[in-house]
Design a binder for this molecule. Structure first.
Ligand code: AMP
Length: 850
């Protein structure tokens, strides 16, 4: 890295020595997002989804293993009117000439799939005046990434001169975006912050419109151009013939800013240049057209005044008469000596020498520039030194490359060893489980059929590579030992399934929450709630609580109770709020517009701690953006007082687990009182869930807790996915973190979610496989019901080792062999990339339904 820095500095030095102007073709050095020269503290963002996707992780091609591999904003960026709001900001500490930007998404070694398809850039030189970048055709939106892996580089035409740069991702359909970026360019040694001049004029040349305006000027433009930089500092010089341009398809005169003496009775054009600080100016170079055959000549005289403070211009001016060239019509740089004057602003009057004067570039040399630190007499010594430095650098580069090759070879070898070690550790764990298992009574084992497997360690730092897991494994195994011990004394779960079997380790959550926060109840105020709901979420309208009439308790969930209520005035309210999507699901007696609507009201328990409150609001935020026939619709919220609640459509047949366990397959021989469902009903249910999940995956939203208990059943076997309390953006490391511990549905979880803490679309696919299995068994038993929790985790280790010892859920009696082998087993493939996508699952189920 130092080598690169030295090389970078050296090139800049040579560049500056050869020519003072910036050459955009050469000025394309990475400015230090990847290399680390830009410090973490100089990378900030409007928001972050979680600590592990903070701004400092937004470095292109950079992954230190601690973060989730990119910057991801908290709130989804939208192509709303007014442009995107979220941004990743880089402070370059000094003015830079930025010619190129690179962006990349987040893949997290195959576990992520987030990227910004489009984005915008804003920049500022002083941190207060921000300019939206636009290309030479006025387009502000930049096409970004198409996948999470590849780096997409975009030339900035025109380049940017700025200290602060903001990347502002744009996403449609509430898609979650993540970015890693790099800036390329070089330091802007001129120190010029802005120039002001009369606006460029239009010339008619032989019937041709020649626009001599400054088309990329980024300040204010009226009769005068003020406070900006533009074509005169874009590093592109005009051609000899001003009618032609370097820019393809540009209009005649594009490269030049020009004025006619007819508009300037005093015979000169006045330009003011403002700099970042007081500098010792030696010269100014002005690139001029000299096409005298077309009435254009370089200026006759330049008279410059200087100012060091905000007050007055110094009376003593510098004047310069360039020699008049009556022979060559070539455009050229004219160097105006500035006599080593100290100034932070320079005002120059350029006198006309012909009907027109046109300039395309202005550059300044000051005592700060390396070129002036070079004593000409020492040139030979300097060249000698440079050659020596280059030789040393080459030697260093060779050594580094050599070391890298070695390191790679060593890494490969150590990875192999680490994998072996991990397998060995898991084997030790297996023994530990077997030990606990054998020491437990069978009564203990029968206690272990809770859906969420009590307490399992998982915190944000648990997103890790297998090698990092190894370091944690002793602690991991210890926690599991604790877990095995605690299972005997754990508080009985509160909520029960229809079979009376405990479904939620709710008591554990509650007691842990209380442990974490005491019995403190959070008396939050509306402002806090509302501030947590932002942007589009605020469109989710507040429903007057007094218009809700309690009917019955429907159930109890992670956050609190769910009630069936009658909502007065809801229809009118919904029609305004969510017209088409939700109207079909209103449950009214008569269907008139004043008729009360039956709704499900989910409340946050009063003593909920801050984490639960934030998660509840997050669930609202997630749900408010979801519109799909197979996702339960959020109709309204009550967040304007302490008791938060969300109002969703009412699904009259409750959750799918309860529903199916009280039904029987209609071709079963033995008759019973139970209601029946047909096989095609079951497949239709699976297809609907796949369809809902397909929609979620199109938004890159990972549910994390897909199971029949979290699907709701409406009329005619309509299924809708609910319970987004656990769903997170991929990067949110803390699942439901309570003192570093979480309650996890391990029987539905993929091996990588359990062992590595990785939750992805592919782990949702795994859970879908288990859900499919539940449906095909009509929820008559829990997955792996014959296994204790410890054995389930032990089996997870077998999935990791993949030595053929892993136990798969068996084929349910009513499930055709082909569906089992191609779909269900496909969802449980060890390699996440080989599992089917929800699109594929949906198509396959559709075919089997046909
Ligand atoms: P939850 O907190 O979402 O897990 O809900 C707990 C229980 O309440 C579920 O298992 C359902 O039985 C019931 N429930 C939740 N939402 C609804 C709804 N929209 N319609 C009918 N029942 C619901």
């Amino acid at each position: 890295m130092e080598v690169l820095q030295i090389r970078h500095g050296l090139l800049l030095f040579l560049l500056a020595a050869v020519r003072a102007q910036v050459n955009p073709g050469v000025c394309r050095y990475p400015l230090g997002m990847t290399g680390g020269q830009i410090l973490d503290e100089d990378i900030t963002a409007s928001s972050q989804w979680s600590e592990s996707t903070a701004a400092r992780y937004g470095r292109l091609d950079f992954d230190d293993g601690d973060g989730d591999g990119a910057w991801c904003p908290d709130i989804v960026a939208d192509a709303d009117i007014g442009g995107p709001r979220e941004f990743l900001q880089v402070d370059l500490r000094s003015l830079h000439f930025v010619t190129l930007v690179g962006t990349q998404g987040r893949h997290a070694d195959g576990m992520g799939n987030e990227f910004a398809q489009r984005y915008r850039i804003k920049y500022s030189r002083d941190g207060s005046r921000w300019v939206a970048w636009q290309d030479r055709s006025g387009r502000k939106v930049i096409e970004g990434n198409r996948n999470a892996y590849d780096v997409v580089l975009k030339d900035l035409e025109p380049p940017i001169i700025a200290r602060y740069i903001r990347f502002m991702p744009i996403a449609d359909n509430s898609m979650i975006v993540c970015m890693r970026v790099e800036l390329y360019g070089c330091e802007w040694l001129d120190g010029l912050v802005s120039y002001s001049a009369p606006a460029g004029q239009d010339m008619i040349y032989r019937g041709l419109d020649v626009h001599l305006n400054d088309s990329v000027y980024d300040g204010t433009v009226g009769l005068l151009m003020e406070q900006g930089l533009g074509q005169l500092t874009d590093g592109a010089w005009g051609r000899d013939d001003f009618l032609h341009s370097h820019v393809y398809g540009a209009w005649p005169g594009y490269d030049y800013v020009g004025w006619t003496n007819e508009s300037f009775p005093r015979g000169h054009v006045e330009m003011t240049f403002e700099f970042d600080r007081v500098r010792n100016f030696t010269s100014m170079k002005v690139h001029c057209s000299n096409m005298f055959s077309r009435g254009v000549r370089m200026f006759r005289q330049a008279t410059c005044h200087f100012r060091t403070s905000e007050s007055d211009w110094e009376s003593q001016a510098v004047s310069f008469h360039p020699p008049v060239d009556r022979v060559s019509q070539g455009a050229r740089f004219v160097t105006v000596p500035l006599g080593d004057r100290m100034a932070s602003a320079i005002r120059c009057r350029l006198a006309f020498n012909e009907a027109w004067m046109m300039i395309s570039e202005v550059a300044f040399q000051s005592g700060e520039d390396p070129v002036h630190k070079v004593d000409e007499s020492n040139t030979r010594i300097l060249i000698g030194c440079l050659v020596a430095v280059i030789v040393i650098l080459l030697a260093v580069i060779v050594i580094i490359l050599w070391r890298q090759v070695w390191q790679k070879m060593l890494e490969k070898a150590s990875r192999r060893i680490l994998d072996d070690e991990l397998s060995a550790r898991l084997a030790i764990q297996t023994q530990a489980f077997s030990f606990h298992h054998s020491s437990q009574s069978s009564g203990d084992m029968s206690n272990s059929n809770s859906t969420y497997e009590r307490i399992f360690p998982l915190c944000s730092s648990d997103y890790q590579e297998p090698s990092r897991l190894i370091r944690k494994l002793p602690e991991f195994a210890q926690s599991l030992e604790d877990l095995a011990g605690s299972s005997k004394s754990s508080t009985p779960p509160q909520a029960c399934g229809s079979d009376g079997a405990p479904h939620y380790a709710e008591a554990d959550i509650v007691s842990l929450q209380e442990g974490a926060t005491g019995s403190k109840s959070y008396s939050s105020v509306t402002a806090v709630n509302m501030s947590l709901l932002s942007g589009k979420d605020r469109d989710m309208r507040e429903f007057p609580r007094d218009k809700l009439t309690f009917k019955e308790k429907l159930g109890e969930g992670q956050f609190g109770e769910v009630h069936l209520c009658e909502a007065e005035g809801m229809q009118e309210f919904i029609k305004r709020n969510l017209p088409e999507a939700v109207n079909d699901c209103l449950n009214t007696a008569e269907g008139g517009s004043d008729t009360p609507v039956l709704v499900a009201v989910k409340t946050l328990r009063e003593d909920a701690n801050k984490d639960a409150r934030n998660d509840f609001l997050k669930e609202i935020r997630i749900m408010s953006r979801l519109r799909d026939p197979n996702i339960v619709s959020l109709l309204a919220v009550c967040v304007e007082c302490d008791l938060l609640c969300m109002i969703t459509e009412y699904m009259e047949n409750g959750d799918l687990n309860q529903f199916l366990s009280s039904h029987q397959l209609n071709d079963e021989t033995q008759s019973s009182d139970k209601a029946t469902v047909s096989y095609s009903n079951l497949i239709s249910m699976c297809t609907q869930i796949a369809s809902g999940m397909k929609y979620l995956s199109s938004l890159n939203l990972v549910h994390r807790d897909l199971a029949t208990r979290n699907c709701l059943v409406g009329k005619n076997y309509t299924i809708k996915i609910a319970d987004f309390g656990m769903s997170r953006n991929l990067y949110r490391g803390d699942y439901y973190r309570i003192q570093g511990r979480a309650v996890l549905p391990i029987r539905w979880m993929s091996w990588e979610s359990i062992l590595l803490g990785k939750f992805t679309m592919a782990s949702d696919v795994w859970a879908f496989g288990v859900t499919l299995w539940e449906i095909m068994t009509l929820c008559k038993e829990q997955p792996y019901s014959q296994f204790s929790d410890e054995q389930v985790i032990e089996n997870t280790g077998e999935f990791f080792r993949d030595q053929g010892k892993q136990v798969y859920l068996p084929r349910p009696a009513c499930c055709p062999a082909v569906l089992y082998s191609s779909l269900m087993l496909g969802c449980w493939r060890r390699n996440a990339k080989q599992r089917p996508t929800f699109q594929e699952i949906f198509s396959q189920l559709g075919e089997s339904q046909a």
